[in-house]
Ligand binder design. Structure first.
Ligand SMILES: Cc1cc2nc3c(=O)[nH]c(=O)nc-3n(C[C@H](O)[C@H](O)[C@H](O)COP(=O)(O)OP(=O)(O)OC[C@H]3O[C@@H](n4cnc5c(N)ncnc54)[C@H](O)[C@@H]3O)c2cc1C
Length: 344
């Protein structure tokens, strides 16, 4: 087999997008420099739940079955490579808010596309007010981010710094005097800090979660009704998350705390003890599709962003497609290519 041509990549942003893309490129024997300043606002803060079902409509999320298998295999292989563990199966329990939703679940559970995902509710069981997703899992997000930082630092891939625009030449494709074949911006919601992708339509969506202590909630499944309740062990639970479009700060707010506690009351009326509260910012798009592609003028400057609220499900496969685009010229489908914004 012909040896792969080694190219030099500069990746800016070491969240999910930058991490998954770096691994894919390194796997193809490319030279990667990853810049991250540790001010991570999403990957580390996420609940890390990988759920193929969109509740309320009881429908499979975009390319869910394909992404689910691919991402699980990716995380499991990565655990081996990094000699750690961060992904495990998760029982996801949807508490039905209405009879209609339960009936929808009962219809869907019979369809071939859903059979590997939904646990059947027996038609005789009229009492059951919840459905179980059997195919979900969780990536323990903070551990995932930190373990990858440690690995990339140890292997000389990671540079811990804030990307400095003034030291970058787009014409020469150089940063701090070093030339690169390709530069990929994976900056999450901070994409607006760089001049190259101002039109990419990635919008910041703030999300806040609480950690609570509670003696009555179950520790064997995550519960979903109005909010999620995710067991952390030792009677601690994460509840979340808010969706806020008007606030781009990383400060936890009282309004979000009140909202989350209000949502929690749909699951339990026993008040919790609040342990902590954090805020993050998701990089989202209006059409809920990621953004992959190249700058219209500087063809070797690229973007990988817009992972939205389901980044842990999407990122591994999207990183593989981005790699195929960069190394093999495989076209990015119009649905999630940057060009969908440029033609408007
Ligand atoms: C509260 C909350 C809960 C979530 N829960 C889930 C969930 O359960 N399941 C799920 O799949 N997804 C979830 N998500 C979404 C998921 O976290 C995101 O889709 C994903 O993390 C986005 O990754 P990213 O790499 O694009 O962005 P980020 O994680 O924001 O990473 C960008 C990185 O780039 C770095 N950076 C940016 N600009 C620069 C610069 N100029 N110089 C140097 N470094 C820079 C930042 O420090 C950061 O580390 C959640 C998000 C939030 C906020």
């Amino acid at each position: 087999m012909k040896a792969e041509e080694k190219k030099k990549f500069l990746i800016i942003g070491g969240g999910l997008a930058g991490i998954t893309l770096s691994h894919r490129l390194l796997h193809r024997n490319q030279q990667v420099t990853l810049i991250d300043d540790g001010m991570n606002a999403s990957t580390k803060i996420a609940a890390g739940m990988v759920n193929p079902i969109v509740f309320r409509r009881t429908t499979l999320s975009w390319r869910a079955t394909e992404f689910l298998t691919y991402s699980w295999d990716f995380y499991k292989a990565l655990e081996k490579q990094l000699n750690t563990s961060f992904a495990e199966p998760l029982v996801i329990k949807r508490i039905f808010p209405s009879v209609n939703e339960k009936e929808e679940w009962q219809k869907k559970q019979l369809l071939p596309a859903y059979q590997n995902h939904l646990v059947n509710i027996e038609s005789a069981n009229t009492e059951q007010n919840f459905g179980i997703v059997r195919s979900g899992y969780v990536v323990h997000a903070e551990k995932f981010y930190i373990e990858n930082q440690v690995y990339f630092e140890k292997t000389g891939v990671l540079q811990k710094e804030t990307f400095d625009d003034t030291l970058f030449s787009a014409l020469e494709q150089s940063y701090r005097g070093t030339k690169y074949d390709h530069v990929v911006f994976c900056c999450g919601y901070r994409v607006s800090e760089t001049p190259f992708f101002q039109n990419c339509q990635v919008k910041p969506t703030k999300g806040q979660t609480l950690v609570i202590k509670h003696n009555e909630l179950p520790e064997t499944a995550s519960l979903h009704l109005k909010c999620f309740v995710f067991p952390l062990g030792d009677k601690n639970f994460r509840i979340g998350a808010t969706y806020e479009w008007d606030d781009q700060t990383l400060h936890p707010t009282k309004e979000a705390r009140v909202t989350l506690l209000d949502h929690l009351r749909h699951i339990t009326i026993t008040p919790p003890e609040i342990v902590s509260q954090i805020a993050g910012i998701r990089p989202t798009t209006m059409d809920r599709r990621p953004v992959l592609g190249s700058h219209p003028t500087y063809k070797t400057i690229h973007i990988f962003n817009g992972l939205g609220a389901k980044g842990y499900l999407l990122a591994p496969k999207m990183a593989e497609e981005m790699t195929a685009y960069l190394l093999d010229n495989v076209k990015i489908p119009a649905e999630y290519c940057l060009t969908r914004y440029q033609s408007k």
